[in-house]
Design a binder for this molecule. Structure first.
Ligand code: HEM
Length: 211
């Protein structure tokens, strides 16, 4: 009995957060190395083939239903650069967050920016997704993955309940119902097409995006 519940527990853990693997978004055509959580939450990264001097990536974050999805670019929750996103009707809301304690993280500003990629940002009958250029999101201050990393551990978190103020990118969120970390093999995130895909990020067409 004990043994079988241990086996079931291990299986459940494996099913909950699998190893990131390549996934191509059907609408944008962008390929990401993507973590797929059993809840429907996902997070993927696309990086340039040549990492020298690069501080940017394209990210996709999404889920099913109306809850929030979050990632930690530094792995853990505290004092790391976090990204939180959720759907608001047909739009998607995204923001950078940071906190020094285990509570709803406040919005943070810095040199980093997120610029929506319109053809990869949508809400449909199966899921929602927010695709964006994350500029200056690779730093050396310990809050994010570093330029020298080859397989950084990134954090993820989600709650299937919508935030209190869905239209407000600074809305507080409820504590995640699932969270964890996964190692992202960056070699599987690299693409020669990154410059083309970066060109899709145009702030002016990001109507409905807030954050
Ligand atoms: C009211 C809001 C929140 C509360 C109270 C909260 C609380 C906590 C606590 C207590 C832990 C330690 C593990 C545990 O005991 O569950 C944790 C871990 C974590 N949280 Fe939060 N959290 C909140 C929101 C967020 C958000 C918005 C994110 C978005 C990225 C996030 C990302 C993480 C990550 C990545 C971990 C670490 C997972 C790991 O190392 O395995 N949290 N959080």
């Amino acid at each position: 009995m004990k043994c079988s519940s241990l086996v079931l527990g291990v299986l459940a853990t494996l099913a909950a957060a699998q190893t990131p693997s390549p996934y191509t978004d059907a609408k944008s055509g962008i390929t990401f190395n993507t973590l797929q959580h059993s809840s429907g939450m996902f997070f993927g990264l696309a990086l340039p083939a040549n990492a020298t001097g690069n501080t940017d990536f394209i990210a996709t974050i999404g889920g099913k239903g109306t809850g929030w999805s979050g990632v930690s670019l530094g792995g853990g929750m505290l004092n790391k650069l976090l990204i939180v996103a959720w759907p608001n009707a047909q739009a998607v809301v995204g923001s950078f967050r940071k906190t020094g304690r285990y509570a709803s993280p406040a919005v943070v500003t810095g040199s980093f920016t997120q610029t929506a990629i319109a053809n990869g940002t949508y809400v449909n009958s199966t899921h929602w997704t927010y695709t964006f250029l994350c500029s200056k999101c690779i730093q050396t201050d310990g809050t994010t993955l570093k330029p020298t990393d080859t397989a950084p551990s990134l954090g993820f978190a989600l709650n299937p309940t919508a935030p209190a103020q869905k239209a407000n990118p600074a809305s507080s969120v409820s504590k995640h119902t699932a969270q964890g970390q996964a190692a992202f093999d960056l070699s599987k995130a690299k693409s020669e097409n990154l410059e083309v895909w970066k060109g899709y990020a145009v702030p002016e067409v990001a109507t409905g995006f807030a954050g």
